[in-house]
Design a protein around this ligand. Structure first.
Ligand code: FEO
Length: 183
């Protein structure tokens, strides 16, 4: 039997327990987002929309980056990472427009969550984490805007099969670029 020995280095967290806890919760939400986008990617693939599938797959990888940036930050601040179970996402969705409306409401939820982290840093007078979380605030503005652009296109042209084909081709060009935290 293996014995795991935890060493107590007498290290003190630089971040408060409340900040550590809310950042760990945010890691879970980012990894759940990756799961959600992967499920959506698989769904679009199943119904033959390879471009939509690609878009969601790239988004899933960006969500993993969001989770890892938080993960690295907690470690950098000498805190403890606490990885909790990730809920299973839905596996069945509707039309592309319905899926993107669901994505939009999910991203609004993530934005509120990030705002909650920012408010907590104010309450805890944690200026370093406040500065750090600004990157996520900007990222959410960009994400909501990107999703909104696709919703507008789908509302305008999505009912027409030829137009849907062209939107699908356009979304096939989305390429993954690693997201890094640039303060
Ligand atoms: Fe990491 Fe889509 O929020």
């Amino acid at each position: 039997m293996n014995t795991v020995i935890y060493m107590d280095y007498g290290r003190e967290n630089v971040i408060s327990d409340k900040i550590q806890s809310i950042l760990n919760e945010q890691i879970n939400k980012e990894f759940y987002s990756a799961y959600l986008y992967l499920a959506i990617s698989a769904y679009f693939d199943e119904i033959g929309l390879k471009g939509f599938s690609n878009w969601a797959r790239v988004q899933a990888r960006e969500e993993v980056d969001h989770g890892m940036i938080l993960f690295d930050y907690i470690i950098e601040r000498q805190g403890s990472v606490n990885l909790t179970p990730i809920t299973s996402p839905e596996a069945r969705y509707g039309s592309p427009l319905e899926v993107f409306e669901l994505i939009y409401s999910h991203e609004k939820y993530v934005t509120e969550s990030i705002n909650g982290v920012a408010n907590m840093t104010d309450e805890e007078c944690d200026l370093a984490t406040r500065y750090f979380i600004n990157w996520y605030i900007s990222e959410q503005v960009e994400e909501e805007s990107n999703v909104d652009d696709i919703i507008k296109k789908l509302k305008m042209f999505g009912a027409d099969k030829a137009s849907l084909y062209h939107i699908d081709k356009e979304l096939l060009t989305r390429a993954y670029k690693p997201h890094t935290y640039n303060a």
